[in-house]
Design a protein around this ligand. Sequence first.
Ligand code: NDP
Length: 399
Amino acid sequence: MGKALIIGAGGVASVAIHKCCQNPEVFEEICIASRTVSKCEAIKNKLAGGRTKIHTAQLDADNTDMVIDLIKSFRPDIVMNLALPYQDLSIMDACLATGVDYVDTANYEPPDTPKFEYKWQWAYREKYKQAGITGLLGSGFDPGVTGVFCAYAQKHYFDEIHYIDIVDANAGDHGYPFATNFNPEINIREVTAKGRYFDNGAWIETAPLSVKKVYDLPEIGPKNIYLMYHEELESLAIHIKGIKRIRFWMTFSDNYLNHLRVLQNVGMTSIEPIDFEGHSIIPLQFLKAVLPDPASLGPRTKGKTNIGCIIQGLKDGKPRTYYVYNVCVHEECYAEVGSQAISYTTGVPAMIGAMLTLKGIWKKPGVFNVEEFDPDPFMEALNQYGLPWQEDFSPTLLD
Ligand code: NDP
């Protein structure tokens, strides 16, 4: 059916590429392009011999002209941006210049400000509409599946949604004293940012990780969950009409938080450049270099993740509650695609978003968040491609 240019060759890209190759009717030909071409070659070598034809290319995606040249020579039907959030705009510009559809899993962040905001990418709405191309934003798990879960609840179970709590739990154990399970720089920037949630039309800020509760998660058990800001809150607060409150919670072990506190106290999480023996270095980037590579956690991580949405509102004038979630087993992901569940839960929805766009099911001119499309084909594909979901109509509610 089509050709995809996949930018990035890290944890998420590797899973998405495995999934594209499991779906060769849709992904007939792919090109894996990244800064370090040996990583693209390694993925290609692992998957060679299947029905999807695989090419590789060296690419610095910060350079729009290089992306344009690659698009012109490979002529893809879609570009899957699975590099880092810093590359979003240069890749969106290249798609605009060449008239090719775009999908990503994380919103743009300027390298010098840890800010999760859609405004830079939403600014492309009119230009994409005029060009007749689709920009699909945030097609990972959170953002991504969480937005699809909310749209599904809205479509099938509620007349009005009032409260949404997104709960992201990882009960996996990799056996290291401290490691982040996706790109350490992005992960630490996210975790050390202030908490923020939407309440009755206003955004309420909280000190980083200062609001904590215990939630008893299906198949995982009781865990400490911490209120955080997460980028899908911004788009869901707009797209779920009538929403009164929306919050995001994530689990962290005491051990992880103790290490993070010390690293923060000694200045290792800072993104301000410092002078070190005549070189300018950014402490957080140096920390990334000494921490375990997230890709190396795959064979070591055991346990489950559970990510879902607890939703409250009205149906036919009566109060209703609904919980929809996915449980993913780290070891099973590793056995299937050679990656742990964090990369798996992001890479699978990236493939699904691209597949629905390629098939024309999620294709319309403009720039959209996932909850703006019909959730049903995406929910069906989650069950088919390894992220089955479960429902509960009487979950414990968070106060
Ligand atoms: P990794 O660090 O494992 O991989 C990033 C890849 O991008 C690497 O191959 C890296 O190349 C490549 N890259 C970085 N800069 C450039 C550049 N300028 N040009 C070309 N390639 C570049 O990250 P992950 O796979 O863990 O994460 C990928 C994306 O997924 C991130 O944007 C992350 O925020 C997002 N994500 C989204 C989630 C969701 O649920 N929505 C959850 C988890 C992650 P090199 O090897 O040379 O460094």
